[in-house]
Each structure stands twice: as C-alpha cells, then as structure tokens.
Design a protein around this ligand. Structure first.
Ligand code: KIV
Ligand code: ZN
Length: 526
C-alpha cells in the first residue's frame, strides 16, 4: 500500500444504522452498498451478522454485489458471532472480519464483568477463530480512548501476534480531543512492539463535535484507515462524516499530504440516498452536503462570487457531484433532456422506468413552473420507495377542512395486499389523516417529531415531511415528499409505519438469536 493513501472504511450500514430511529431493509442496504462500491470506498462494514436474521441476510447480499470494496462483518469476541460473520461473508470476493471487545476498566468491570486476563484470552481466541474464515482481520479495543495505556498496548500486541492485520482505535464515547487523540496514536506507534505489522485505523464518535478533527489528527500521527459514515450518522451524535474527511484531505492536501481513492463526484447522490432511506434530513448548514454549503446570501459575497468564485468558495459544487446550474428543467423539457439530467444526478434507469418517471415529471412541471434538482431527487426517491412493495402503501387521500370546523380525511390504503378505505375526523387536516392511519393500522406508537420543509423555494415548492414514531424502545424516522403537504404527511407517516413493522420483526429475530448465546458475553451487546 502507498504510504500516504488513507483507507476509507465506511460503516453507514452498521454503526450508521445504530442511530436512534434509523432502520434499513436488506434492499436499502444493498442499494447503499452498490453506491459505496461505485464511489470506491475501500471497505464496507455491511452489518453485524449475528445481531439478527435481517443483518445476516444484508451482509450476505452485499457480499454478492461488491466488485471493488472489501466487505466486512462485525462480530463480538465469541465463537457464534464470528462463525456467523464468516458464513455471511462466504460469497464476498474480498472479505474482512471485524471483532472487538472492551478494554477500559469501566467496561470490563461493569459491562463485561471480565478480568484483564480473561479479556486477553478472549482476544487470542476470537482472532484465531476469525482466521478460519479470512486472513483480513480487524480488531478493536472498544472504549480505547478511556483504556489504561499499558493494558491497551498489551491488548494490541496480543491481537497482532494472534493474527490481526488492522488495529482500530475507537473513541467509542466521543470523549477525546484532537491533541490527546493524536498523542494516543503516537504512543501506540512507539510502545507496541509489533505495530508495524498492522494498519492503524481510527473510529471516532461525534459526542463533542470532534469526530472529524480527531480522525484527521490521528492521520497526521500515522493512522492510515478512517472509519466513517455518510452524513455522519451513527450511534448517539454519530460518527465522523465520510464526505468531510474525504473533502478535507482533498482540499487541504497542501497541509495534509494524503489521498483517498474516493470518487468525490458521487458524494451528493449517496448523501441524498442515505437521507431518504433513513428518513434523517441533512441539516442545511452541514459541511459539504448541506443545502446551504454552496449558497451565498450576503450581497458582498454574491458580488465576490460573480467576479471570481474563489473569493468565497474553497470547493467547487461540481467536485461533489452538484451541478452548477440551479434551474434544471421545466414544462417544455423533453424526454431526452430529462434522461440526461437523471444521469447527471447519478441515476441509471431502464427505458420503462424512465417513461414512468417522465410522466411524473410532466405532472410535476404542470403544477410547478421550475423543476429543480432537489425536486427530481425527491420524485425519484419517492418512486423508488413506492416500488419497494412495502407492507403499507397509500392509494388515495382526500380532505375536507376549513376554519371553525372539524377536518375530515378519506384514505385508501393497501395493507399487506388488501385494499382498505376509511373516513376519520380530527382537529385539523394532519390530525384527521393521522387518526385515519392509526385506525387502519392499529399501533401504540407516539408521534415524537413532525417537521415540514420546503424542498425548494417558492409557494409551489414540494413539501418534505419528516416524522418520528416511538413504540416502546423502538423509534423510527419516516420521510415523504409531495407537491401537496398533506399527501407528503401521509406518505411520511406510512413510511415510518413500514419501518416500524420491519424493526418489530428484527427485534423479535434478535431476541431469539441472543437467547442462544453465552450468558457472560451476551452482556456485551453494543
Ligand atoms: O464505537 C465503537 O467502539 C464501535 C466498535 C464496535 C468499533 O463501534
Ligand atoms: Zn462506533
């Protein structure tokens, strides 16, 4: 491997899916993995195969499609986890097993209830087990940044002498600060006798907003793999954002003389895809992929931009796959222009689907004078969602409402293949729609978030609605878009309900899986 190449290890499908409210079906994971593979991510952590049947299937399916990326499965330090990961990865052209165990005093005492000696023994055993399936083994000391240094050195040494080829240093709780984390990497390099036999990786969480800074500081001190997620999604405050790491290395190569193999032009498409699949909107001021990342509001800035874009732009929109022209298509645009635009946005549909989408585009262009790129993304993603044949689908919605009277919603749905019709009233149109949906799909979920955003400017803009539902310990995020805000609201609620059904099933699957495994190590559930 070249000295200055930074290996990009994407964990959107594993740590990213651990975000509260995020859930991905097997098909969703395959779709995201296909794009990650196309954008030349080096390693895709496709899931935690032992966690549930769905996770197992997802890792298996992703293993079958990749022709560039190494596919990785996560496993705790126990035989059943590792065997299941090995089995799920069997078809992968290139595979990696990532096994981990906590090494901090806090985690060993309260979570694992294991002594240091037992942990060291477990490291040896787990890596030996993983080497039955592959020679590409990654090992992580969970909570490394809060681990006693001497024990950390010892554990890493044992892991490498047992066969680990990548040592990943996680800042599991996002506690480290850049100088300290950089120094940790330096100390590991200076104190672990066999460290030259492994690649050092880092995995930073964003609890203090430092995940990207910590990762970059670690690179300066010798880390050569970074674990990250698209849009920075992940457990709690998330992980280091892939797009920020990659664009930072590209833009500041003068001070950071490293490179990645990532095709940065695919960043925008994958960011949209992950946002629609998870239902997590991207905050407007998010670095690189936020809606405002290339918007210049003040007159002085706009004037500067017109004279020379370098005045206020350090990255070109084109370099992340955004087109520079804002207005794209209108009512009179033809099928060819439409198809070219979809290709520019990273979509590659067959003729049948192009025809279908073109009809929808014409309908949209009839209602909306100017059709922007964001409109096309929303339209295409919404159609893709519809085609996924989810358990619940919206067929029709009509409403009666006005000032001083109850609103009435008439809804037609297809639920597990059966068509159902209902009329319900409510305090307003949204209340009536949600009451109708609740009556047709009985559930105990509470509505936690209801948020409406205009996708583009103007009063004729499409609405994008995000809802979060919580039922017992399960939370799900749904998204829907439409030119009509009420229809978008119904779509978002239905999208969340479909995810709830998937998550309920997964929770049942994983319960039965975890019941069969070793008592002591079972406490080590991430
Ligand atoms: O944050 C963490 O420690 C993890 C490990 C499994 C690497 O996600
Ligand atoms: Zn993590």
């Amino acid at each position: 491997m070249k000295k200055n190449k930074i290996i990009i290890f994407d964990t959107t499908l594993r740590d990213g899916e651990q975000s509260a409210g995020a859930s991905m079906s097997i098909e969703d994971k395959v779709e995201i993995a296909t794009k990650l593979n196309e954008m030349k991510v080096d390693i895709i952590e496709a899931g935690f195969p032992f966690a549930s049947k769905g996770d197992f299937q997802a890792v298996k399916k992703v293993s079958e499609i990749s022709n560039h990326s190494i596919i990785c499965g996560l496993a705790r330090a126990q035989d059943k986890d590792i065997d299941t990961a090995g089995e799920a990865l069997a078809q992968a052209e290139r595979k990696r097993i990532h096994t981990f165990i906590s090494t901090s005093d806090l985690h060993m005492k309260y979570k694992l209830r294991m002594s240091k000696k037992e942990v060291l023994e477990s490291i040896k055993k787990s890596i030996a087990r993983a080497s039955k399936y592959t020679s590409d083994i990654e090992w992580s000391p969970e909570d490394a940044s809060r681990t006693n240094l001497d024990f950390l050195y010892k554990s890493i040494e044992v892991a490498i002498s047992s066969g680990a080829t990548t040592i990943n240093i996680p800042d599991t709780v996002g506690y480290a600060i850049p100088k300290e984390f950089a120094s940790l990497i330096k100390k590991i390099k200076n104190n672990v006798s066999n460290i030259d036999k492994a690649v050092i990786s880092v995995h930073c969480h964003n609890d203090l907003g430092l995940a990207v800074s910590n990762s970059l500081s670690a690179i300066i001190e010798g880390a050569r793999q970074v674990e990250c997620t698209v849009n920075g999604i992940g457990e709690r405050a998330g992980n280091a954002a892939l797009e920020e790491i990659v664009m930072c290395l590209k833009t500041r190569a003068d001070k950071l003389p490293f490179y990645t193999d990532i095709n940065t032009k695919k960043i925008t498409v994958i960011s949209h895809l992950v946002s629609t699949i998870t239902g997590f909107p991207v905050q407007p001021n998010k670095a690189i992929v936020g809606k405002n990342a290339f918007a210049h509001e003040s007159g002085i800035h706009q004037d500067g931009m017109l004279k020379n874009a370098n005045t206020y732009e350090i990255i070109t929109p084109e370099s992340i796959g955004l087109s520079s022209s804002e207005l794209v298509l209108g009512k009179h645009s033809g099928r060819h222009a439409f198809k070219v635009k979809l290709n520019e946005l990273g979509y590659d549909f067959d003729e049948r689907n192009i025809n279908k989408l073109f009809k929808q585009f014409k309908n949209l262009a009839d209602k909306k004078k100017q059709v922007f790129e964001e409109d096309l993304y929303a339209m295409v993603e919404s159609e893709k969602n519809f085609q996924k044949k989810m358990p619940i689908n919206l067929i029709d919605l009509s409403l009666k409402c006005g000032q001083g009277k109850n609103a009435e919603a008439k809804l037609k749905l297809e639920i597990f293949g059966e068509k159902k019709l209902i009329n319900e009233v409510g305090n307003g149109p949204i209340d009536a729609i949600f009451n109708a949906l609740k009556a047709l799909i009985p559930n105990k979920a509470n509505l936690i978030i209801y948020q409406v955003n205009a996708i583009t400017k103007g009063t004729d803009a499409q609405a994008e609605v995000n809802v979060r539902l919580e039922e017992k310990s399960i939370s799900v995020q749904g998204q829907g878009s439409d030119i009509d805000t009420m229809v978008a609201s119904a779509k978002a609620y239905i999208n969340a309900m479909n995810k709830l059904i998937l998550k309920r099933k997964r929770a049942n699957d994983s319960k039965s899986v975890f019941q069969t495994s070793n008592e002591k190590l079972n406490k080590h559930v991430i």
